[in-house]
Write a protein that binds this ligand. Structure first.
Ligand code: ACM
Length: 262
């Protein structure tokens, strides 16, 4: 599988411009799976719930999902991207997956970070795996990484590759993904954004870039710079994620002592 990310700095509120930037970057990509940042088409630092309401979209009928689905079909490529979802009266910080046949599915962020709790409902989809011809893809969004249960659940449900749209502001995630991948023996593609947002008189948010492809053995296949736009694709073998044996005595899943854990 050729899997990677497009790291860039979305412009707040410029949905068409952000979609077009992603489309032009991905049009030249030779990849089976590309991950885009969290909330890539709207930007992140909302000043009010009204802003989220006006910028969020229904899935799959909204323009962001439609554009990604068309691109996926044209490029014969899976895309996982973070978008603001409107569903009835609820708003979700969601990720959509699209593929060679168009829209595939939605994951709604489970663990909301900071002011996201003011705008979004906590995700109700649970952690989901999509069995595809290129491999089993699991999805989590940004701050979900902080809870080891997120990756563990995805791995236990069979994920080989975790697609991880992010808008990271804290510095720890890229290093932490080494452990998340090692302890679950899965690959992860963390797609972060760059740039700074300073809206509504709030404390500016500086995004850390440093998008990363992490392998099943904890090796970092690539880490992006902190500030530059970057499209990166790595060649990976998802079958490596099926081998949970560390040696002839230890199996990561079989050795779990569930009776000893809270
Ligand atoms: C985050 O969850 N966007 C930090």
């Amino acid at each position: 599988m050729k899997a990677g990310y497009y790291q860039f700095s979305p412009i707040f509120g410029d949905i068409d411009g952000n979609i077009n930037r992603a489309i032009s970057a991905l049009s030249g990509a030779d990849a089976d799976l590309i991950v885009l940042p969290e909330l890539f088409s709207t930007g992140y630092q909302f000043a009010s719930k009204q802003e989220v309401e006006s910028l969020s979209e229904e899935i799959p009928s909204g323009r962001t999902t439609q554009a990604l689905a068309e691109l996926s079909v044209r490029k014969n490529m899976y895309i996982v991207a973070g978008i603001a979802e409107k569903n009835g009266n609820n708003l979700y910080n969601s990720a959509v997956i699209t593929g060679p046949d168009g829209y595939v599915g939605t994951y709604r962020k489970t663990h909301l970070f900071f002011e996201e709790k003011l705008w979004f409902s906590p995700g109700d989809t649970g952690f989901r795996i999509w069995q595809t011809p290129i491999g089993r893809i699991g999805v989590m969004v940004c701050f979900d990484w902080y809870f080891p249960e997120s990756c563990r659940t995805l791995a236990l449900r069979g994920a080989q590759v975790i697609a991880h749209p992010s808008n990271l502001v804290l510095p720890h995630c890229p290093d932490a993904m080494v452990t998340r991948c090692l302890e679950n023996r899965v690959y992860a593609v963390t797609a972060n954004r760059t740039g700074t947002e300073s809206r509504g008189g709030k404390r500016p948010l500086k995004y850390i870039g440093s998008s990363q492809v992490t392998a099943f053995d904890g090796s970092i296949l690539h880490r992006a710079s902190r500030d530059d736009d970057e499209l990166f694709v790595a060649e990976i073998d998802p079958a490596n994620a099926d081998l949970k044996e560390l040696n002839q005595y230890n199996n990561l899943f079989a050795d779990r002592r569930r009776d000893m854990y809270d």
